[in-house]
Ligand binder design. Structure first.
Ligand code: C2E
Ligand code: CA
Ligand code: CA
Length: 639
């Protein structure tokens, strides 16, 4: 630029002009001056500062030229170039830069947010940290790999490099220039190499190497959260024969199918890995901190045994000499070891799972085995109980005990029916020792049906006896039983077949039932209620039933749980709860009965607070039918 600008308001002028230097060369001179005026306003003098800026201008021109050159070079090498004015937020992007992201020349504006809005949110914190470190002068340049959003919505891996190229006198950065290079191919290759190193190519499962890494992580997480984890080693029982007779292609198909079944059988956070050949490893995490972990691991293992043992349809079309498909059966054996914290190394855990797996195999295949003898004992005991219970159902080893229910005057109004198991070796087994297991396995359904049938038959028999004909019978119904699709029909069928008066029958439901589909519960209760059957809510106060649900249930009675009755005289909380339940029942128009009443003092307290019905050792223990039928006051044998 040659010329001047003159600002009349302040009487200043600035500009530059060419002049001859002392050596005769042409110089570029910068002029910065002020015009002075006298009192009349006439021009009288000027003050100017002249500066020879020839060299500076040359350097600037050279820089511009070299900048153009390196921009050109970088573009030629396929890198997108950008130039960012940190102060104003203006930015310029090269054609290649826009092209890399799929944009045409005019589609990207000249500001820095065109860049920042395209950085992958997961990468942003890293990117900003690297840029900041450079801006703060901690690094000579900034370089980082991150993803950028393309026009078509895909993410492009790029290597971004940048450098502050000018700073003001205080060192504050003014301009940042840099490049982005497309590194997606290199990334894909690296990913592939990593997959080969850590994943099994056939099943795509983590291989042994990654498995050990995951196990280490699981141990660390278990230490942090103080939760159990389980390591399972799983071996197919007869894979070798399949592989040897039908070849590897068919064997591979089988392994791929096993993989998908295993993955479907575990939770998302759990690991399924291929240990080699036909051995798989499953790591379960986040199991209970207490002994429940054994049951949790066991139930997953049982599920795995089940899914693996389902038939496989293998495609044999490649084998012209055979039929097209083969339905193949194969079982597996599982060794399990639990861990909590870091007390055992990953290697030791693997060794234990392996030992347990061989024990499972030796013990007859298609089975699971815990390494820890105590855990194995728990599992074995449960298996024995299950076997015995099935036999008990088949052989009819159950009997019913009856516990009196009385009114305020102490007169018997009925009985609660309580099941007992006459075990051939263990003698009389109380329900707490087998009902939970029967509920878990579904055996509660046939057992419950038998209880109901027998109780109804008993009611019918009592109806014929003048002294007993007024008695009602309360039958416990577990949540699983009530939930069963056939429950209502079953009860109605029993009523019809026994000819019992439904008004005398009361079903005791527990609050845990209310955790289910409440509409369905109400529907079922309403049908049965329509036939005259009564309902009592058992163990009331121990569960979580909300009052709004409670109001909607067609109940007849609340039963104060024995845990409140036990300490009703000594624990003010329990006393308050008992009182509240009575008041609640009254306000809802329901009857109330207290269970577990053992002393006269307890009875008096409850009576004083409005309770009118009782059950407990004070009035009689659960007893066999013959004893219950003796005239009251006769010998009450303790059970
Ligand atoms: P539950 O329904 O709460 O039955 C009351 C339990 O308290 C009975 O134990 C009874 O013997 C006991 N009990 C009664 N009065 C007293 C007392 O004054 N003091 C003390 N300490 N205990 C008393 P039982 O017979 O061992 O039954 C335990 C649980 O087993 C029952 O609790 C019920 O949940 C379940 N159960 C019993 N029979 C059946 C059945 O036929 N079907 C289902 N699904 N569950 C049943
Ligand atoms: Ca009960
Ligand atoms: Ca109860």
């Amino acid at each position: 630029m040659f010329g001047f600008t003159h600002d009349e308001a302040i009487g200043r002028f600035i500009g530059d002009f060419l002049d001859e230097g002392p050596d005769g060369s042409t110089r570029l001179v910068d002029i910065n001056g002020r015009i002075g005026y006298d009192r009349e306003g006439n021009f009288c003098q000027t003050h100017c500062i002249l500066a020879d800026i020839t060299e500076r201008k040359k350097a600037e021109a050279a820089l511009l030229e070299s900048e153009e050159r390196w921009k050109f070079a970088l573009e030629g090498a396929g890198e997108g170039v950008w130039d960012w004015n940190i102060q104003t937020g203006d930015a310029v992007y090269s054609r290649r830069w826009k092209e890399m992201l799929g944009f045409a020349e005019g589609e990207i504006a000249n500001n820095s947010s065109e860049w920042s809005s395209r950085v992958h949110p997961e990468d942003m914190p890293r990117v900003m940290a690297v840029i900041q470190a450079h801006i703060d002068g901690k690094t000579p340049s900034a370089a980082i790999e991150f993803r950028m959003l393309c026009k078509d919505g895909t993410w492009l891996w790029t290597l971004g490099r940048g450098m502050v190229v000018s700073r003001d006198a205080n060192g504050k950065p003014l301009r940042l220039v840099g490049t982005n290079a497309d590194i997606s191919e290199r990334k894909a290759t690296a990913d592939k190499i990593e997959r080969l190193a850590f994943y099994d190519p056939l099943t795509d499962l983590p291989n042994r190497r990654l498995l050990l890494d995951r196990l280490e992580k699981a141990l660390a997480s278990s230490t942090r959260h103080n939760r159990h984890g389980a390591l399972m080693l799983l071996d197919m029982d007869d894979f070798k024969t399949l592989n040897d007779t039908l070849g590897h292609d068919v064997g591979d198909q089988f392994l791929v199918e096993v993989t998908s079944r295993l993955q479907a059988a575990v939770r998302e956070g759990d690991t399924v890995a291929r240990h080699g050949g036909d051995e798989f490893v499953v790591i379960l995490e986040d199991l209970s901190e207490d002994a429940l972990a054994v049951t949790q691991a066991e139930s997953v293992a049982v599920k795995i045994l089940h899914v693996v043992s389902q038939p496989y349809l293998l495609d044999l079309t490649l084998r012209a000499d055979l039929k097209n498909t083969l339905s193949y059966h194969c079982t597996s054996s599982i060794g399990i070891t639990l861990f909590r914290g870091h007390s055992l190394s990953a290697d030791e855990l693997m060794r234990r799972a392996d030992t347990a797996m061989y024990q499972a195999k030796a013990g007859g295949r298609n089975s699971l085995r815990f390494f820890d003898p105590e855990m194995q004992a728990v599992v074995a005991a449960r298996a024995t109980l299950d076997r015995d219970l099935r036999e008990a159902v088949r052989e009819g080893q159950f009997c019913l005990y009856y516990q009196p229910q009385v009114d305020s005057a102490g007169n018997r109004t009925g009985a609660e029916v309580l099941v007992r198991w006459r075990h051939p070796r263990r003698g009389l087994v109380p329900p707490v020792e087998f009902i939970p297991q029967a509920e878990a396995t579904g055996l509660i359904i046939p057992i419950g049906r038998w209880v109901l049938e027998t109780a109804c038959a008993q009611l019918v028999a009592w109806e014929a006896l003048p002294k007993m004909s007024h008695l009602t019978v309360a039958v416990n119904v577990s949540a699983r039983q009530f939930r069963h699709g056939d429950f209502v029909d079953q009860v109605l069928a029993i009523i019809d077949s026994t000819g019992v008066n439904p008004q005398k029958l009361k079903l005791e439901l527990t609050e845990s039932l209310l955790l289910d589909d409440v509409e369905d519960i109400i529907r079922k209760m309403t049908v049965l209620k329509g036939r005259g059957i009564g309902f009592s809510l058992d163990d009331f106060g121990t569960g979580y039933s909300s009052l709004s649900y409670l109001k909607r249930l067609p109940l007849d009675q609340l039963k104060i749980d024995q845990s409140f009755v036990r300490d009703v005289l000594t624990d003010p909380n329990d006393a308050a709860i008992a009182r509240t339940i009575v008041a609640l029942a009254q306000s809802m128009g329901l009857a109330v009965i207290a269970e577990g009443v053992e002393t006269e003092a307890q009875r008096e307290f409850l009576a004083a607070n409005g309770c009118t019905a009782y059950q407990g050792f004070l009035f009689g223990r659960p007893m066999p039918q013959w004893e219950f039928s003796l005239p009251t006051g006769a010998t009450a044998r303790e059970v």
